[in-house]
Write a protein of this length. Structure first.
Lengths: 309, 527
């Protein structure tokens, strides 16, 4: 054991000497990970403590799983948890394929000018702050002056006060998120498509394949690994719904469908200064996310031999 | 003899006029320079407030105070932070406290001062005040309820608060010109309010031929359901959103009362009828500007001073525009009350750290701001710079009032009206408040229709654990149901029993029990 360890150190030393430029390039990322992702994990212990910021982490007494018990006895947390899963799952089903379809469509546009123009138009919303997007959504859906309700009135329907009705929240949230992000997310797939070898298309054309067949038989299978990686990442984020946008759009009257774990943490942890309870909620979330990513990766490796690790 | 009598008489009148809650000024200090130390003494302070300001020695007010007291206060708070709450929490977490910690923060610092005071970060001030601070002692002796409200569960005072002055901040406003046009008078009963709002809705008071009027509207979420007052229900026991209230010495939550059910049920009906703004919960802070500016809004409940200024702003563009304060209409039981009042004590101020080597000098410095001279400076700024003495009373300089800049921002810039431990003098605000608002406030003062303010309680560790466990979820649930009912997604009359049951299941009774225990402990003596 000791011998093998010394052997390992020796090869490591040689590697460092030979490829020091590469290790130098790697260093900032490693340092960033250690400082900002691993070191703060130490703070997770407050999920098991009765935390007081004045006493500090070390001096606060241990309380075991009390905060977790409190969470699971809290109907609102359970509801927030399931809301998160539901919003993410619907998002996965409806929002995930959109950038892929967009990328395929861009790929088929013949005129370079038209393609660039279309791409710019769909990328643009990504660069608008969520605060402004929320403002646009609120204005569009306003029952008195909103475009949507004016159209509804035109065709003789009653105006709907969308943002106060829980049954509309998911549609609005996911729909506007797709509008904002789908274009930008399609870049990854466009890059993957650009990497497909042109010889494949040439030989297909020689064999008389139609454009539809080429897309279906060549482009899609070639970018499948990218799609799967993106899917695994997305599954890992299944329990994460960004709270900024939800907070801007939700109302107490739509909590029923709109309150998610991150907004729950925001309200109890930051507004209510119960840092220990909020940490417990976050930790629970992280554990679930880990299990999801791990299983998605396993399944993918079995089925398609593509995986994150 | 005559002259002598005249002198005595005018002195008595002056005293009676200037000091309704008379604090005997320390005459010795008022005459000679109230130097606290022979040698200049420097104290460090962490004081971040309104999310963007810090204490500074360069304020003219602070320079003057340093000259008078010989205490020099040096700020250590960073201006780089844009959240006073973060600045305070970071300071506490660092464990390295300067001599004085103060300011304000989102959610208030009162609970923090008490909590960390109990944990040993700040010193109890009771003995220090008793022995060294005659002005503070006189103030607390004459305001026992305020003293009780800032005390910790152990009965100790851990901070000197910012104490506002004046009773009324908000009231009801109505478009008097619309009433005149439709031949109506200001509504006095719930039925009359209903009739007036219906007339606003149907009879086109703005005369544009379109049914676009918004009869009742609100800017703040607290005013959205303010009309439940007409059925004797209360929105909150204090300026804080969704606060508890006291009913004959018993702490309860207004949103669990029977009259709340009646109130919400009627408000939901009015909402359905279109008498209340359809977008009442989402229109947000621009609603007042938008609905008044476009000649659409009819009636609201909002701040006197700022709402009254719309008359000046809009009369040139909207003919006859007259948005005036009116008394609260009588309720169904014939009572007449105003639900809101200016907070009697703010959860802001300053405290002395346990590591401070000069607690006696520090409390004397705090006391200076409660002396007559200190109070004038903290309210009006520096004589000759921002105000002049006219007939023995501070009067703001003309250019300060008329240069177009907000008066309060100008005062903050010199170090007056900042949330140190001080006692506000309403006179400072009166000097730049619009006459319509002043008349409204005078009308409310005559009406004497205030409800008791719930001043908050200091919970001990066990009580706080119970409160923290149940209360945040309860408040979320109650807020959610309030909107659900008002918007008509559910009928409160069928849902009420389930709601009460759910409150019980979620721990409502336990929370009320600890609130009551704490309330009795804290205010038992003051009543």
């Amino acid at each position: 054991m000791d011998h093998r360890f010394r052997e390992y150190l020796r090869t490591l030393g040689e590697d460092l000497k030979r490829d020091w430029q590469l290790y130098l390039l790697l260093a900032p990322m490693v340092i960033w990970f250690v400082l900002f992702l691993y070191k703060p994990m130490d703070g997770l212990q407050i999920a098991f403590k009765d935390f007081s910021i004045f006493r500090g982490v070390a001096a606060s007494p241990w309380v075991g799983f009390a905060h977790f018990q409190e969470l699971f006895n809290n109907g609102l947390f359970i509801r927030a948890f399931f809301n998160t899963i539901i919003i993410s799952s619907i998002g996965l089903i409806f929002a995930f394929p959109v950038p892929i379809i967009l990328a395929l469509m861009f790929n088929e546009v013949q005129s370079a000018v038209a393609r660039r123009w279309a791409q710019t138009v769909v990328y643009l919303p990504h660069f608008i702050s969520v605060v402004i997007v929320a403002g646009i959504v609120i204005n569009f859906l306003s029952p008195s002056t909103g475009v949507i309700n004016i159209l509804l009135k035109w065709v003789g329907l009653e105006p709907i006060y969308f943002l106060t009705q829980p049954e509309w929240f998911r549609t609005i949230f996911i729909g506007s998120s797709v509008w904002k992000e789908a274009g930008f997310e399609s870049i990854v797939y466009l890059a993957a498509i650009a990497g497909v070898s042109p010889t494949l298309y040439e030989s297909a054309r020689v064999d008389g394949a139609s454009r539809w067949q080429m897309m279906w038989r060549i482009t899609l299978p070639c970018i499948l690994p990218t799609i799967i990686i993106m899917l695994i990442i997305r599954i890992g984020n299944l329990v994460e719904v960004g709270f900024e946008y939800i907070i801007l759009l939700y109302q107490p009257s739509t909590y029923e469908t709109a309150d998610v774990v991150s907004t729950f943490i925001y309200r109890t942890g930051l507004q209510g200064t119960q840092y220990d309870l909020a940490t417990a909620a976050g930790l629970f979330n992280a554990v679930i996310a880990f299990v999801l990513v791990y299983s998605a990766n396993r399944i993918s490796r079995k089925l398609s031999s593509t995986s994150l690790w | 003899m005559k002259a002598f009598l005249k002198g005595v008489l005018s002195m008595t009148i002056a005293v009676a006029l200037t000091a309704p809650n008379l604090v005997i000024p320390n005459l010795a200090w008022a005459q000679e320079a109230p130097k606290i130390t022979e040698e200049p003494l420097e104290l460090t302070i962490h004081f971040h407030f309104r999310d963007k300001y810090v204490y500074t020695e360069d304020w003219p007010v602070e320079k003057k105070a340093a000259e008078l007291t010989n205490i020099h206060v040096r700020n250590v708070a960073s201006l780089a932070t844009t959240s006073s709450r973060d600045a305070f929490n970071l300071l506490i977490a660092s464990g390295n406290l300067p001599d004085i910690v103060g300011g304000d923060a989102t959610g208030g610092l009162k609970d923090d001062f008490i909590r960390y005071g109990l944990e040993g970060a700040f010193v109890p001030l009771n003995d220090l005040i008793e022995q060294n601070a005659p002005n503070l002692k006189a103030f607390f002796d004459s305001h026992p309820a305020i003293k009780a409200s800032i005390s910790g569960p152990d009965g100790n005072i851990y901070f000197i608060p910012y104490v506002p002055d004046g009773k009324f901040s908000r009231g009801w406003f109505i478009r008097q010109d619309w009433l005149d046009k439709l031949g109506l008078k200001q509504p006095e009963t719930p039925e009359e309010v209903h009739a007036v709002l219906t007339a606003f809705r149907d009879q086109d008071p703005n005369g544009n031929g379109v049914k676009d009027e918004v009869p009742y509207f609100a800017r703040d979420v607290v005013d959205a359901v303010r009309l439940i007052n007409l059925w004797d229900a209360r929105v909150s026991g204090s300026e804080r959103y969704g606060d508890f209230a006291t009913y004959d010495g018993k702490v309860r939550h207004p949103w669990a009362e029977e009259n709340y059910k009646t109130g919400i049920s009627n408000v939901a009906q009015w909402y359905k009828e279109g008498l209340i703004d359809k977008e009442i919960f989402t229109r947000g802070s621009r609603s007042r500007e938008f609905l008044l500016g476009n000649n659409l809004g009819g009636m609201m409940h909002d701040w006197f001073a700022s709402t009254a200024t719309y008359n000046d702003a809009l009369r040139p563009t909207i003919e006859g525009f007259n948005f005036v304060p009116m008394l609260p209409p009588k309720t169904v039981s014939g009572d007449r009350f105003e639900d809101t009042r200016r907070q009697q004590v703010q959860p802001a101020g300053w405290a002395i750290s346990a590591t401070n080597q000069h607690p006696v000098e520090t409390i004397k410095y705090f006391d200076f701001w409660f002396s007559e001279q200190g109070r004038t400076m903290s309210n009006f700024g520096v004589e000759g710079l921002t105000y002049d003495m006219v007939d023995g009373k501070p009067q703001f300089k003309k250019e300060l009032l008329t240069n177009g800049e907000p008066v309060n921002a100008q005062l903050w810039a010199v170090g007056a009206q900042v949330p140190r431990g001080y006692w506000m003098d309403y006179e400072y605000e009166r000097q730049w408040t619009n006459q319509i608002a002043l008349d409204g406030i005078a009308m409310y003062e005559k009406c004497d229709c205030l409800k008791d303010e719930f001043l908050g309680v200091a919970l001990n560790a066990e009580e706080k654990a119970i409160y923290d466990q149940y209360w945040p979820s309860l408040l979320t649930y109650m807020t959610e149901m309030q909107q659900t009912w008002v918007l008509g997604a559910q009928d409160i009359n069928t849902g009420w029993d389930a709601y009460k049951q759910r409150l019980t299941d979620m721990g409502y009774d336990q929370v009320i029990a600890v609130m009551q225990t704490a309330y009795d402990r804290q205010y038992g003596a003051a009543q």
